[in-house]
Design a protein around this ligand. Structure first.
Ligand code: FEO
Ligand code: CA
Ligand code: CA
Ligand code: CA
Length: 702
């Protein structure tokens, strides 16, 4: 069955300029920040850093054997492909016309469409769990868009929900199950769009109240939820004692090896250990010890006056992080000096981290983990090795940037005491940070830039993890460990990491241990002066992205070697340059711009998209990664006009998604909305969390 593409609409896919402006600070319209030639010497940044370094690196990059028990010999890496039945090129049974989709994916796929609603498969119901502005804390008022205040917003659900996770309520909260609550929902609030929040908003002249509302609408929400027994519907439980708002002004503790660094000290925090707030929290992860990680992504856009920084070293590091220009998009620098680089030079170094929140302790200070490096963190989903070390995979979402992993030095404690919890929340403070370097196994001449498979039938190869720093020891010549953590992009440039097509969410399959990397797109690939196609990023002007699958050598997450291949090369299945794990291309849903990654209880991979370039609204897709249906992409839902699908969570009886930035279409405003979702014409468009469930009470996709 061919799943038809819809006719193009007036917004032919892709993100609106408005989303680019508010979400990423127009990242894609600026020069690519990674201008490094990799393994270069002598550019201004490298020179600057070597001059400043007080502690010379202990080892040269590439001396990987120094850490983690030695580098395995070359060759012999277990091929992820070979681990499949049928060997590298065999996909037995895949072309069979009969048989059902994989368990968990047995629903009628939603066709690509541009409907201004959440479109779900036939037989599925849905409900809005919580909307921007709904009160969650005691004393917070009901949402009144015409009478917004910072005080109200600080007690209400924030704007533009992204990452979502659900945690069990009874195990940690001493039985506080008020209001029928049975789970705890944690949501990121990535960014604000003032033009859709405030009637008559003047971007040149925001008021203090508008700015303070935006500060309060950023961050995270913790909110108890109650499931309805007979359906999969979920409702928020306001005023639950564990409900919490974390905002752009909540105090955070800086932890790990760079805490206290002179590069992190400010007038307000001369010790460099206490930061106010978190910004641009995109996706995240749930730790095995019951806390939540969240990535600070496009933090660069909040800082003003980079163009007035004259010191070449500083200017170079700012540029590498995309901190450029004069006034910031939201003009926050007018209301708080810390957003003005000329007044508070180090504040910008205090964002771009992975944060950890203990949702079971509403009074605890969340942490910024410096050991995980500073870049545009998309997400962080940890796994445990069999002996209990925590391993975190992380993408740096920028064209031509890298992906990383962190391996903890210490091991997790399984107990539930306060001491065990303290121990576990410090796990990510000590360990080794690595960056990925990939090598293809086909001759470069066979990578034609159009997506044509090389002669061996796959985009595949091997990779290694290059250590960057461990504790106070740097492995990057000319950079101290502190500098490696704070200027991780520069360290990875020098390490010769592989420039990827926007690494977003990265997650290991809980079933197979294989790891999946969503690479959203990179329309600059192959442009003059930029990196050309390689086997892991095989298409020039890559509009649709790809999903890379890798297996750590010996299935050991601490390994320094891995094998990889492209699992999906996304786009219109009729485009010969697409690939769906070898599954017949006329039987898959078209998918474009994969972003977030999760797994269902059966081990199927689910992908949400950001910026569909095929004329459809963004969506959520399930795909089998093993068995005869491997590569069969099936679309589960689409989101309303202007929205992005985020935060997917796929449970046995329910799918949860963030509908982020609905109505975010160029030219839209409160007065001229582009969407009427979720509450219909005449109401404010509101980012919201949606639950979807099978109406017959069975499981999702069964
Ligand atoms: Fe916030 Fe990389 O998406
Ligand atoms: Ca190959
Ligand atoms: Ca994302
Ligand atoms: Ca994820």
């Amino acid at each position: 069955m061919r799943i038809p593409l819809p006719l193009l609409t007036s917004h032919p896919g892709g993100r609106s300029a408005m989303t680019c402006r508010y979400r990423c600070g127009d990242a894609c319209f600026h020069e690519v920040p990674n201008t490094s030639a990799n393994e270069y010497a002598g550019d201004v940044i490298a020179r600057a850093l070597s001059r400043r370094s007080v502690l010379r690196a202990g080892a040269v990059v590439g001396a990987a054997a120094a850490v983690g028990g030695g580098v395995p010999g070359s060759g012999g890496a277990v091929s992820a492909a070979a681990a499949d039945k049928g060997g590298k090129h065999g996909h037995p049974g895949k072309h069979g016309k009969h048989g059902k989709p994989a368990k968990g994916l047995r629903f009628a796929p939603v066709a690509p469409n541009t409907a201004d609603k959440v479109t779900v498969p036939e037989g599925y119901g849905q409900n809005v769990v919580i909307r921007w502005g709904e009160p969650i804390l005691r004393g917070a008022p009901a949402f009144d868009p015409k009478r917004q205040s910072a005080k109200a917003q600080a007690g209400q659900f924030g704007y533009n929900n992204d990452f979502l996770t659900l945690l069990p309520l009874e195990s940690h909260d001493g039985g506080r199950r008020g209001g029928g609550a049975d789970q705890l929902l944690v949501a990121n609030h990535e960014y604000t769009n003032e033009e859709l929040m405030f009637a008559g908003y003047d971007p040149e002249n925001p008021t203090r109240e508008q700015v303070e509302i935006a500060w309060a609408a950023h961050g995270l929400s913790v909110v108890a939820v109650a499931g309805e027994r007979r359906t999969g519907a979920l409702r928020a439980v306001p005023r639950h004692p564990l409900n919490r708002r974390i905002t752009a002004t909540t105090p955070f503790e800086v932890t790990g090896p760079a805490a206290g660094s002179p590069l992190l000290r400010t007038k307000a925090d001369p010790r460099g250990r206490r930061v106010l707030g978190t910004l641009n929290n995109c996706s995240g992860g749930t730790t095995p010890w019951g806390t939540v990680l969240s990535g600070e992504e496009n933090f660069n856009q909040y800082f003003a006056n980079a163009d007035k920084v004259t010191d070449p070293e500083r200017a170079a590091t700012l540029k590498r992080y995309g901190v450029t220009g004069g006034a910031s998009q939201r003009r926050w620098e007018r209301f708080d000096d810390r957003f003005d680089l000329t007044k508070e030079p180090n504040e910008v170094h205090r964002f771009g981290w992975v944060i950890e929140v203990d949702p079971y302790d509403p009074d605890s200070a969340p942490r910024k983990h410096t050991a995980l490096g500073r870049f545009k963190h998309e997400a962080a989903q940890p796994r445990l090795t069999p002996d209990g070390h925590a391993v975190v995979y992380m993408g740096d979402d920028e064209r031509f940037d890298y992906f990383y992993k962190f391996v903890s030095k210490r091991t997790v404690r399984r107990g539930k005491s306060a001491e065990d919890r303290r121990h576990n929340m410090a796990l990510l403070d000590e360990g080794t940070l690595y960056v990925a370097k990939l090598t293809g196994d086909s001759p470069a001449g066979q990578i034609d830039g159009a997506g044509t498979l090389p002669e061996d039938g796959e985009f595949d190869g091997t990779g290694r993890w290059i250590p960057l720093a461990s504790g106070d020891r740097s492995f990057v010549e000319g950079m101290t460990a502190e500098e490696v953590y704070i200027f991780t992009r520069l360290a990875a440039d020098r390490a010769g990491a592989t420039k990827m097509d926007r690494p977003e969410d990265i997650e290991p399959s809980p079933r197979t241990g294989r790891v999946y990397v969503a690479l959203t797109n990179n329309t600059d690939r192959g442009k003059a002066g930029k990196a050309g196609p390689d086997e892991a990023n095989p298409r020039k002007a890559n509009k649709h992205g790809q999903v890379l699958e890798f297996a750590e050598r010996g299935d050991d997450p601490r390994s320094l070697r891995f094998s990889w291949r492209l699992f999906l090369v996304c786009g219109d299945p009729e485009d010969p340059g697409t690939y769906f794990g070898g599954f017949p291309k006329d039987q898959v849903s078209p998918i474009s711009c994969p972003d977030n990654v999760t797994f269902d209880p059966y081990g199927n991979l689910w992908l949400s998209t950001d910026g569909n370039q095929l004329g459809s609204h963004d969506g959520l897709f399930g795909v089998a990664v093993a068995g005869p249906r491997r590569g069969e992409v099936r679309q589960f839902l689409t989101v309303p006009t202007g929205a992005e699908t985020c935060g997917p969570l796929v449970q046995d009886r329910r799918v949860l998604v963030s509908v982020q930035h609905p109505g975010e279409v160029d030219g839209a405003s409160v007065e001229k909305p582009a969407s009427a979702w979720p509450d219909g014409p005449g109401t404010y468009v509101r980012p919201s969390v949606v639950a979807v469930w099978p109406k017959d009470g069975s499981g999702v996709g069964r």
